[in-house]
Ligand binder design. Sequence first.
Ligand code: CA
Length: 230
Amino acid sequence: MHVLVVEDERKIAAYVKRGLEEEGYAVDVAFTGREALDLTDRVNFDLIILDIKLPEMDGFAVCRELRKRDYRAPLLMLTALDAIDDRVTGLDAGADDYLTKPFALRELLARMRALTRRATDSPKSLELQLADLTLDTLTRRVKRGGKVIKLTAKEYAILECLLHEAGRVLTRTQIAEHVWNYDIYSHSNIVDVYIRNLRRKLDDSFEPKLIHTVRGAGYRLSIESEDETA
Ligand code: CA
């Protein structure tokens, strides 16, 4: 899950970024509306947290512009306490939900989970499954063959991304942009390193193998192994 935080107050931006990263989210921060629009041109974010009060271009304008460009990511607006007009204007501008400042990180995380659940095709399925591999998106517990597999936050994020698209080939960039912020993934083989770890934990002592390398393309999670392995 790759999140964009648009907030000019650096302390709040840093607090949110750190809190989300601890939960395994990849986070980029934009301090102005222009920066936000620039970044969304390059990155397909899964969710955007957007403050209303920004210099030059406010959050409403950013929101309208994103919707005009048909940018689909769920949008959570940050509004001042008691600013009912702001909430209405925000929802009218295309925001999906709002959160009033100040907020607790736990509430932000809960709103984000609700928004991303709503955005997926099967809103009620909290458990992703392939063969004897299961991933519970609520408890973040992963099991294979009934055995609990301990994963790091990044390994979990990659697996969740692959499982959501099980059967489809995902490129390294597609995987990385859900897991790392833009600075990191644009220049490294970091995905391969993490896939190796995932294989060791999820595939080495189990059959059938589920993580497949599709040469020249990327990776695929599936039960069938008709692909070329590298
Ligand atoms: Ca602000």
